[in-house]
Design a protein around this ligand. Structure first.
Ligand code: 3NM
Ligand code: MG
Length: 515
């Protein structure tokens, strides 16, 4: 098989250890996987003797060859030659690529493990046919993996390969990939100019009780966009475009009363529920991941707010995230205090590795942590003084949204919001929002409420939520009965309600306040 015609869509790496293969027969599992749609197979066996390995390779080849599926051997060039299979996969500690190529010839398929940019570029330069890029996510399957690079690390490698003229080298992502994340990984990595050619899995197929069905399922998942994929082409959003559409969106929300599921902190639960009611959604405040599946089926949106963190919270968040992702229900992440403690930093990473957030909102410190910036110092959950210029904030927000393929909102005196292509700044609002607790959290509730009814253009939904919220705050802030933060809160809830009622009644003059 010529290396250039190989299909890398679903790459199976075998594992014969009892922990993964269990009592199953290796050849039978590979046969089932090939029938189920695995497009390339690598025999990876770190323990068998050489003669045994050659025997196993020959047996597997009898299964893969008739199906036109290439078979590679991990590490062992000698075994590949002796068994007459299609090529090898070499790790960084194995035989070097040039020597392997000399031994196997130009017709062999040779792939290399790339854990970072340097390794990827070197392998591409030396003529690798494909790269196994990872470790994407932590996996019990391989001990001593070097670093966990996530989809962000994969994308960095993909774009640099393209930039340096290695666009034609094939790439598969590997490490912790399964039916729960394969679709998202393909989707997020497609944000770069150079696309992944496929995903490589071990346990998702090898450890399955039904490897054929597991393979078919993975094939199906990676061939279609995830339920949360953005559907439409990105329309321009000028002030006029926004102002023209805002009242209808808010009216739609008031009429449909979408469920807005809040997994939020103890401090703001009551306030967030009142804000949801005022803007026109139907709040449920549930931090129990076990009921998220039922709630996700109701067609609303989810807010995951990391404030007042507890040890068991993360698993509840991950359960709910998976449930909403599975049906395409919009999910908003509010990484409260993300940079303040190690637990929260780890939490942000775990959540972003565990699912897709349609929107991530936070203050400057929080969004910097989300973006992966090192050494962000955050003392409390309040925003603190800005350390970045507006230009840098725009760059950071746009870049993070492009990378995550979602919407990122950085709040501040000027809010910056982007979908990675369109970036807007918004400077409505009132100073009392900074003097009360929960204004950031309940902005999240407002935006998520709008996202539940405006699915087509998530950026437009975010902008509608921000403007409704900030203009209501302006109206409340200038009221004569408002003397300070204390009287501001009830007035603000009233004004959110008033904006909504005006939209229902067709009075859209409030949008004149859009700056
Ligand atoms: N190589 P699973 S991770 C064989 O990072 C292998 O280079 C990796 O197993 C790398 O699909 C890995 O069960 C194991 O997570 C992947
Ligand atoms: Mg190796």
């Amino acid at each position: 098989m010529a290396p250039s015609t190989v299909d890398y869509t679903l790459y199976l790496v075998t594992d014969s250890t009892p922990a993964i293969l269990g009592g199953k027969d290796l050849v039978a599992v590979v046969k089932a996987a090939v029938e189920g749609g695995a497009t390339i197979v690598q025999l990876r066996d770190k323990t068998s003797d050489t003669s045994e390995l050659i025997q196993i390779a020959k047996q597997l080849h009898q299964v893969t060859k008739p199906a036109g599926v290439p078979l590679l051997i991990n590490d062992r060039v000698d075994v590949a030659l002796a068994a007459g299979v299609d090529g090898v996969h070499i790790g960084q500690d194995d035989m070097d690529l040039k020597s392997a190529r000399k031994l196997l010839g130009p017709g062999a398929i040779i792939g290399v493990t790339a854990n970072n940019l340097e390794e990827a570029l070197e392998a591409a330069r030396d003529g690798a046919d494909y790269l196994g890029v990872g470790t994407v996510y932590a996996t019990p399957t391989k001990e001593n993996t070097k670093s966990i690079i996530g989809t962000a690390g994969v994308q960095q490698i993909l774009s640099e390969l393209a930039a340096q003229g290695f666009g034609s080298v094939k790439t598969v992502a590997i490490g912790g990939i399964n039916a729960g994340n394969a679709q998202r990984i393909m989707y997020q990595c497609a944000a770069t100019e150079k696309q992944l050619d496929g995903v490589a899995v071990v346990s998702a197929i090898m450890a399955s009780h039904d490897p054929k069905t597991a393979t078919q399922n993975l094939r199906k998942l990676i061939s279609e966009p995830p339920p949360f994929a953005s559907s439409t082409s990105k329309k321009q959003l000028t002030r006029n475009d926004i102002v023209a559409q805002l009242p209808d969106i808010i009216k739609r929300m008031a009429e449909r009363k979408p469920l807005c599921h809040n997994m939020t902190n103890l401090v703001v639960q009551n306030f967030a529920a009142n804000v949801a009611l005022a803007v026109g959604s139907s709040p449920i405040m549930s931090n129990n991941g076990l009921e998220a599946g039922d709630l996700a089926a109701l067609g609303g949106s989810l807010v995951i707010n990391m404030g007042t963190t507890t040890p068991e919270m993360r698993s509840n968040h991950l359960k709910a995230l998976a449930a909403y992702n599975a049906v395409g229900g919009p999910v908003l992440l509010d990484p409260v205090g993300a940079g303040a403690t190690q637990h929260r930093k780890d939490g942000v990473k775990a959540l972003m590795a565990g699912g897709y957030f349609d929107l991530i909102k936070g203050n400057e410190g929080e969004i910097r942590t989300v973006s992966g910036a090192q050494g962000v110092k955050q003392h409390g959950v309040d925003s603190g003084a800005s350390q970045l210029t507006l230009e840098d904030r725009v760059k950071l927000v746009t870049g993070t949204a492009a990378r995550e393929r979602n919407i990122v909102l950085m709040t501040g005196a000027t809010d910056v919001v982007s979908d990675g292509e369109r970036t807007l700044t918004i400077s409505n609002g009132h100073k009392y929002l900074g003097e009360i607790t929960g204004s950031g959290c309940t902005l999240g509730t407002t935006i998520a409420s709008v996202m539940a009814v405006e699915r087509d253009d998530k950026l437009l939904a975010a902008v509608a939520g921000i403007l409704m919220y900030e203009i209501a705050a302006e109206r409340a802030g200038i009221r004569e009965d408002v003397k300070g933060p204390g009287t501001f809160v009830p007035a603000f809830i009233d004004e959110l309600y008033r904006v909504r009622q005006e939209c229902v009644n067709g009075d859209s003059r409030w949008v004149d306040a859009v700056k």
